[in-house]
Design a protein around this ligand. Structure first.
Ligand code: ADP
Ligand code: ZN
Ligand code: ZN
Length: 717
């Protein structure tokens, strides 16, 4: 045999797989589908994934270039992974290479194999057949490279995941009946089933995840199978707490994390642990839904409603939706957990596509859902943002030595600076947006294009020296709190205060230790954290979302308020002498206390809110009752972008498809680029998909020099 033709997917915007020649040599194994390969591409050498092997090419075989090297030291990506990537590419209308390659760690995508070889050597040393005695464990812990070198390199241990296990440690609490029923329901189903775990905040969803994972791993082990569990979480800053719980619960299993903030070497090691099946549990953010896991038996998606499961650039995928697809493909169960499920998932549960499992009460003894109160801001004036009832509630917590949390989803000092004399306002010169005042940094900052300016000493237009901040952000409230309560320990947590790596974790640790009296922050503080000492949550100025153009704003606000409210009153036991301690409290400052969203919040009634929202969506023909795709275009002139979209609109007949008029995006200009969009809708997902494929192909054909992108199932419109 003279040579073969291999098809290779590359990280390239061209929607094609590329043909290369592969000539066998004496000691090189045959290429395999799923294998990584180094190939020449233009003047570079790049890594691709082998997607097919054959003897013929439609191109002139003499013009094809040769594969430089196969990464034969690494097992090929499994066929299920290739199928998952193909589905994602198809569904989201991207070239398959743009799905496959970006999700691999950088260490695998380089021309050299230095990082890979080192990681493989370390892995071989770490997975010796006989459990390493204490001595070599100590060596491993010390990270002594030389110690590895003396160990023979071992082949993949097929039973690495099924070695004898010491009984579970880390004092697992006895599950309450709701929790037990949920675990039983998930583990009873072998084969695909999607479960919506609807549990109020503090109802012990984490325990359900851990027990289910353990039950599935043990069941598979009893059958002689290895098993892996994938747990998806929305935010990196939530992983440490959960990672700690998982590791404590599975001390004899390998637990790895996967997220974009890992150092490259660590990311490669963790990824390999997943790929080889060494890691029994992979805990990761959205990108880990595309990790290769050969023995995957269960997928868990925590906080399934969270918008950060949606990737907002490149391949704009929903990790939650891909998780469900992957579970179906592998014929395994998937658990979607939330206190405020997305209305899409709620709808699936009501039609029976998903099975709903309810946790109706807080799990810890004496822990109760907080009492929600609305502070009417038409009656309570608050020149500094904090109304008298909220200030009184804060004071009471300080006196009792309890913690409070204030939630304001706006960072900076003030969203705008303004001149009273001439009406000048701090517009960004590159964006359709205001420059935000950041007082401690003495800067005006645009949150869209990151432009930074010194705060002007006087009005740029009329010279007035008395420029005023308008509105308030977290920095301004922090300043006010310090003036109100000089002795209180106030901590602000937002994207500005946590720029340095590790600083967010340090800040949350301080809260958990009790070194903070009043915690103030953006949505960063709202999610997931189990703050045991917190008895008051105050919400400042949530009303703007009620009147947003984005039809999802209400759903998002409700989820956020339920989440942040859920931080209060989680403590398990009453402290000595506190028999009559009042229940934890949530106070929402609003000018619209009669709004149905707040009425539902008062009674923690997510089902009522979801039902009302779904009815609105149905009558307005909005998702989940229609399916959407959004074409966006960017250009120097708005008209160019609009013209491109108009031409796209007229490109092909579209039966059963509704294409709206092109419109400028809400924030039309960012960094000097004008942006417009075109919404495509259909009442049938299949029909929409059938339209998109040739449409996108035709758009690519046009080779327009303007930048455009397509998003299927968009969440920001
Ligand atoms: P959720 O994720 O649903 O908001 P968590 O999983 O954080 O809730 O659990 C809330 C608290 O309840 C935690 O402190 C947890 O340790 C505790 N907890 C969970 N299950 C039980 C149980 N069965 N018995 C006692 N405490 C529990
Ligand atoms: Zn002025
Ligand atoms: Zn800007």
């Amino acid at each position: 045999m003279s040579g073969r033709i291999v098809k290779i997917a590359l990280d390239s915007p061209l929607d094609t797989e590329f043909d290369y020649r592969w000539t066998p040599t004496a000691n090189e194994p045959q290429p395999q589908v799923g294998q990584l390969a180094l190939v020449p591409f233009g003047r570079r050498e790049v890594i691709g994934v082998v997607t097919a092997i054959g003897d013929a090419s439609v191109y002139d075989a003499t013009k094809l270039r040769d594969v430089i090297a196969l990464r034969a030291q690494l097992p090929p990506m499994p066929p299920e992974w290739v199928a998952l990537c193909r589905f994602a590419a198809d569904y989201y209308q991207r070239p398959v290479g743009e799905v496959m390659l970006p999700c691999l760690p950088k260490g695998l995508r380089t021309a050299t194999t230095v990082a890979l070889d080192r990681a493989l050597k370390n892995r071989a040393a770490a997975t010796q057949p006989s459990k390493p005695p204490k001595k070599s464990r100590a060596k491993r812990a010390s990270g002594d490279e030389a110690a590895y070198a003396t160990l023979p390199t071992a082949a993949l241990q097929p039973d690495a995941g099924i070695e004898a296990e010491v009984p579970v440690s880390a004092a697992a609490p006895t599950l309450n009946p709701d929790q037990q029923a949920a675990v039983d329901a998930v583990t009873a189903s072998e084969g695909f089933a999607a479960h919506l775990l609807f549990g109020v905040t503090g109802s012990g969803k984490t325990e359900v995840y851990l027990h289910t994972a353990q039950a599935v791993i043990e069941r598979e082990r009893a059958k002689g199978n290895a098993a892996q569990v994938l747990i998806l979480v929305p935010e990196i800053n939530l992983t440490p707490q959960l990672e700690g719980s998982v590791k404590a619960r599975f001390p004899h299993r390998q637990v790895v994390t996967l997220h974009s903030q890992l150092a490259e070497g660590e990311r490669l090691r963790h990824w390999l642990a997943a790929h080889y099946g060494d890691a029994a549990i992979v805990l990761g953010t959205r990108l880990s839904v595309l990790a290769a896991m050969p023995s995957l038996k269960l997928i868990i998606v925590d906080e399934e409603h969270d918008p950060s499961y949606k990737q907002q650039e490149g391949l704009r995928y929903s990790a939650r939706d891909l998780a469900v697809w992957r579970a179906r493909q592998l014929n395994i169960p998937v658990v979607l957990g939330s206190a405020t499920p997305s209305v899409e998932s709620w709808q699936h549960a009501s039609t029976g596509r998903y099975r709903r499992l309810d946790l109706t009460q807080r799990a810890a003894a004496h822990a109760q859902l907080p009492r929600v109160g609305l502070i009417d801001m038409e009656i309570n004036k608050a020149p500094d943002g904090l109304s008298p009832p909220l200030v009184a509630a804060l004071r009471a917590r300080l006196e009792r030595g309890e913690q409070s949390l204030l939630f304001l989803n706006r960072r900076g000092y003030a969203p705008v600076m303004h001149c009273d004399a001439c009406g000048w306002i701090s517009n960004c010169r590159r964006c359709t947006a205001f420059m935000v005042l950041h007082k401690p940094e003495r800067r005006l900052r645009c949150h869209h294009c990151s432009l930074e300016l010194r705060i002007p000493q006087s009005c740029p237009t009329c010279g007035n020296v008395d420029l005023q901040p308008l509105g308030r952000g977290t920095q301004r409230v922090e300043e006010h709190l310090q003036a109100l309560f000089p002795a209180a320990r106030v901590l602000r947590i937002d994207a500005d205060s946590t720029r340095r790596k590790g600083s967010a974790q340090a800040a949350f640790d301080a809260v958990h230790r009790g070194d903070v009296d009043i915690l103030l922050g953006t949505q960063m503080v709202a999610k997931g954290h189990d703050f045991q000492r917190l008895t008051l949550v105050g919400v400042i100025n949530p009303d703007t979302a009620l009147f947003s153009q984005d039809y999802r704003a209400g759903e998002r606000l409700f989820a956020q308020l339920m989440q942040v409210a859920g931080r209060a009153g989680r403590a398990a036991v009453k402290h000595d002498g506190e028999e009559n301690r009042p229940p934890a409290e949530v106070l929402v400052q609003t000018r619209y206390p009669q709004h149905p969203l707040y009425r539902a919040l008062l009674t923690h009634d997510y089902p009522r809110f979801a039902q009302a929202t779904l009815e609105e969506r149905r009558s307005a023909s909005l998702p989940p009752f229609v399916f959407q795709a959004l074409l966006r275009a960017e250009a120097r002139q708005l008209q160019q972008a609009l013209d491109f979209l108009q031409a796209a609109r007229d490109l092909m007949p579209c039966e059963g498809i509704m294409i709206n008029d092109p419109v400028p995006m809400t924030v039309t200009r960012v960094a000097g680029v004008e942006r417009a969009q075109l919404l495509v809708e259909s009442s049938s997902r299949a029909q929409l998909q059938a339209f998109l494929k040739p449409w996108v192909a035709a758009l690519r054909e046009r080779k327009s020099r303007l930048r455009w992108s397509l998003e299927v199932d968009p969440i920001d419109i």
